[in-house]
Design a binder for this molecule. Structure first.
Ligand code: EPU
Length: 419
């Protein structure tokens, strides 16, 4: 991990136009799914972020050739030379678990240590293992290391033990080449899960029910190469909207898919943020009176957990007491302790619930970015604060957002990247 920091001079109103890039959480499973064919894959609109370099290292370790230039990633998995991914790579990114199904499908076995990534409370892997077992994989070891093998996936009808995003993605990747038909109930339906399904169908898979919580998959014998544009990142879009709103700016955000953010728009209206939605853009306008609300996260299409910290940061500027209820992760209110250094006085009721009373005159301070989305929240708070904020551990921000500092600076922010 490197030791870059952001120095942010707060109080600048953002203005201008900015484009949203491709989705990290769509790119990662799609790249893993590229192992399901021995033919070339071309992906465009791939975000240039740290997690994409990590997943490329994993591909190289597996003997798979890649070429990444100008947001285009070419992958050729002619042969997959290994069934094991070393701990140094797995520990950098929890999404490494997405290689379980492709390695099993391709080579009949998969071995990796428990995945790392952001520190976000207890995130069990059982949901992945249970789904893969339903499809005829056998778990040989699940203590120090995950070790699975299969004599070939076989279609089945099963219900996910919870609507886990990457768990569903593993189940889908296992089913597309399985013998026979599969029905997955309580499937996650986030836009990135949908994009994985669209990609697999282009490769020749037969998946129906995309966007719903029940997926039906007819197994096929072989998948072919294809070209695919990674869907726009609704989490980056939401973060940029919040950056405009928290600075009372006037910003056009382009290349968005508004229907990925239905509840987010509803919540913004409730708060009193003024914006105009177009077909694939949003214009955020200055809004004077922000009101406190109740914000509760849940699985798609509800309010995304990945926008909870950035949205709560906007709520520090709203009049009254907002109630935050994070229903997915038990470690996702940690950033409130960092905001405390900036003069917010949050009332943290338990690991899932907090109250925020505003508006608060945020003051620049030394803060730490404790996960990708908490990092984005720190940046938003720093934009709204009086004086200078120093954000450390920005590796996390770089993991998930493509040059967020440069994008915000192009809108008039004053963010300096220092070593
Ligand atoms: N959970 C529930 N109920 C559910 C589904 C999940 O309580 O119905 C809980 C789980 O127990 C777990 C947490 O919610 O504690 C997240 O579960 P999930 O398995 O869905 O998370 P994931 O697949 O490991 C993906 C994203 C995360 C995002 C979550 C939730 C990728 C590569 N990662 O993780 O992204 O927060 O889904 O939407 O897609 C990020 O981008 O910053 C990030 C952490």
């Amino acid at each position: 991990m490197y030791s870059h920091k952001f120095l942010v001079e707060g109080g600048q109103k953002l203005s201008g136009t900015v484009r949203v890039g491709g989705s990290k959480n769509a790119a990662l499973p799609i790249i893993a799914a590229s192992l399901l064919t021995d033919q070339p894959i071309t992906l465009t609109n791939v975000p240039d972020i740290a997690d994409i370099y990590t997943i490329q290292h994993i591909l190289h370790f597996l003997g798979v050739e890649t070429e990444f230039t100008d947001n285009t990633l070419k992958i050729n998995a002619r042969a997959v030379a290994n069934v094991e991914i070393p701990h140094e790579l797995v520990s950098k990114m929890r999404a490494s678990i997405l290689f379980l199904a492709p390695l099993l499908a391709r080579n009949g076995a998969a071995r990796l240590s428990f995945p790392g990534g952001c520190v976000l409370g207890k995130r069990p892997v059982d949901v992945h293992l249970t789904a893969l077992e339903a499809l005829n994989a056998e778990v040989l070891e699940d203590s120090e290391i995950l070790h699975l093998h299969t004599k070939g996936f076989v279609g089945a009808k099963f219900t996910m033990s919870e609507a886990s995003v990457t768990g569903t993605e593993n189940a889908i990747m296992a089913s597309v080449l399985a013998k026979g038909k599969t029905t997955i109930r309580l499937a996650a339906s986030e836009p990135h899960v949908q994009d994985l399904c669209e990609f697999l169908n282009k490769m020749g898979a037969k998946i129906t029910g995309i966007g719903t919580h029940t997926l039906r998959i007819d197994g096929v014998k072989k998948l072919k190469g294809c070209e695919h544009r990674i869907t726009s990142d609704y989490l980056e879009a939401g973060t940029l909207v919040l950056a405009a709103a928290i600075t009372q700016g006037e910003v056009d955000i382009l290349d968005i898919i508004p229907e990925h953010l239905d509840i987010f728009w509803q919540k913004l209206r409730e708060v009193g943020v003024v914006f105009e939605l177009g077909k694939d853009m949003v214009r955020v306008l200055p809004s004077k009176h922000l009101r406190a609300i109740r914000l509760q996260t849940a699985i798609f299409p509800s309010f995304p957990t990945d926008l909870q910290a950035p949205f709560t940061t906007l709520l520090t500027q709203a009049k009254g007491t907002s109630f935050i209820f994070e229903t997915l992760f038990d470690g996702r209110l940690q950033y409130l302790y960092e905001l405390e250094r900036m003069k917010l006085k949050p009332k943290i009721l338990n690991p899932y619930q907090a109250e925020i009373t505003g508006p608060v005159k945020l003051k620049g301070a030394f803060v730490n970015s404790c996960d990708i989305r908490a990092g984005a929240a720190m940046l938003l708070a720093a934009l709204a604060a009086e004086g200078q904020t120093e954000i450390s551990n920005i590796y996390y921000i770089d993991r998930g957002y493509e040059r967020l500092d440069e994008k915000l600076n192009s809108l008039g922010a004053k963010i300096e990247r220092v070593k």
